[in-house]
Design a binder for this molecule. Structure first.
Ligand code: IMP
Length: 423
């Protein structure tokens, strides 16, 4: 079997887009398995940054087929816009982009609901991306969701819409069911060729020994079950999400590559134990360009949190690790890595806390490493790294007890050190 899963090991924004783009040079198929347009995967194409929100990052490789699996929620209007933008760049997506006919649809009213729920929560808001992702998953689990396959049965589609909107009476501004039906009928016609049974397709491709890559969106600590609940997304970025979100069984996933930045970031609300001191953070954020690709929000920045990452390696069965944005640490005098959490009364925690409140008061225990001065952007060979950067990478390998197979030294595809086996 030639399959690889690429999974974020923290709160998303680990730089998975670039890594998937790089790995998909050798992939026949790249499949997303969860999330919706809340993802922001930045890939450099022809020297320009391009932010993808729903389409898999493999789309920039002309020979790669991209799949949006049944576990994703699809905002078809935004998908159309993304396809148009790619076409403008000269990228042909015809017969290269397939969407599961089982995927649930995010409608504009889901986006309205996302906004309203956040407003109502006031101080307790989560800081969602307001892409309607949570409300779409909520409808899915309440069994009032509308799937791609329903678009092709006009009577059923109307009934499902009526039922869905009935449950939200008074919560939404008056909507015209007829105009929604008309609009989505036209979208469905335009995208008809993209909608297939991706469960059968992916399993057939794997059985033919094709190279299939599963692209995670967000990250392990945002997983609705395994993350820092309630400050999480509404899907499963972790390994189990691949099985339910594509119909590919765990026994067909050969390698699991976990992606982490050389430091830590987080957007939205929720605990972040290793956050930098404020002055250093704002200065670092600017240099490292840590602003959200989907929302433009400033990301909180902090030290590498090996406790969270070890937990993420465990729950995903990670076989090797990729470290991104090492170049952004250049010039930092002393680099810290959190190796343990302690409680207020100095007891060491034996596992990653289930309770966000408990996580917000842990005291990180740091190991310190000497930084390096010169610019390392674009370095492609391990031996060309300053000795302090090399020492940092091998320390991370020891702390995580995992091999680091790729080190990213810049946003562009070839600004990368490949030091171990990927496929
Ligand atoms: P939602 O996924 O839009 O419902 O937002 C839930 C939480 O997940 C918020 O804290 C978001 O900021 C966060 N989130 C969602 N997508 C991403 C992502 O791609 N990167 C980082 N954080 C994300």
């Amino acid at each position: 079997m030639n399959t690889v899963a690429v999974i974020g090991l923290s709160w998303g924004d680990e730089g998975k887009g670039k890594i998937v783009d790089l790995l998909s040079e050798k992939a026949d198929v790249v499949a997303r398995y969860q999330g919706g347009t809340n993802a922001g995967h930045t890939v450099y194409y022809k020297g320009k940054p391009f932010s993808l929100h729903l389409i898999p990052s493999g789309i920039f490789n002309k020979n790669t087929i991209c799949v949006i699996g049944n576990g994703c929620v699809v905002d078809l209007k935004s998908l159309e816009e993304e396809i148009l933008l790619l076409k403008k760049e000269g990228l042909d997506v015809d017969r290269r982009l397939f969407i599961s006919n089982r995927a649930h649809i995010t409608f504009p009213f889901h986006i309205d609901e996302d906004q309203r729920i956040e407003e109502k929560k006031g101080e307790q808001k989560l800081g969602t991306t307001i892409r309607g992702v949570g409300p779409t998953y909520r409808d899915k689990y309440a069994r009032i969701g509308i799937r791609v396959v329903d678009l092709f049965h006009p009577d059923d589609f109307r009934k499902l819409l009526e039922l869905n909107l009935k449950t939200k009476k008074g919560m939404l501004k008056k909507l015209s069911i007829n105009s929604i039906i008309e609009e989505y009928h036209s979208i469905a016609q335009k995208l008809e060729e993209c909608f297939i049974d991706t469960v059968q397709f992916l399993n057939d491709e794997i059985d033919k020994d094709k190279r299939v890559l599963f692209e995670g969106a967000q990250g392990t600590l945002l997983d609705v079950d395994l993350g820092t609940y309630p400050y999480v997304t509404s899907s499963h970025p972790t390994i189990g999400g691949i099985c339910s979100g594509t119909g590919v069984p765990g026994s067909k996933i050969k390698r699991v590559i976990g992606v982490a930045k050389a430091y830590a970031t987080r957007v939205g609300k929720g605990p972040f134990p290793t956050e930098f001191e404020m002055d250093f953070e704002s200065h670092f954020r600017k240099d490292a360009k840590e602003f959200g690709a989907t929302t433009g929000r400033p990301r909180k920045c902090g030290w590498f949190d090996a406790v969270g990452i070890r937990y993420a390696c465990m729950v995903n069965g990670v076989t090797s690790v990729v470290i991104t944005k090492l170049d952004c640490l250049s010039g930092v005098d002393k680099i810290k890595v959190c190796v343990d959490y302690k409680t207020k009364d100095s007891r060491k925690l034996l596992s990653f806390p289930a309770d966000a409140k408990k996580l917000s008061v842990v005291k990180p225990v740091y190991e310190e490493f000497t930084g390096w001065k010169g610019d390392i952007r674009g370095i492609k060979e391990l031996r060309k790294l300053p000795k302090e950067a090399l020492a940092y990478i091998s320390a991370l390998e020891k702390i995580l007890r995992k091999e680091i197979v790729v080190v990213s030294t810049g946003p562009i595809r070839d600004e990368t050190i490949v030091k171990g086996r990927i496929w």
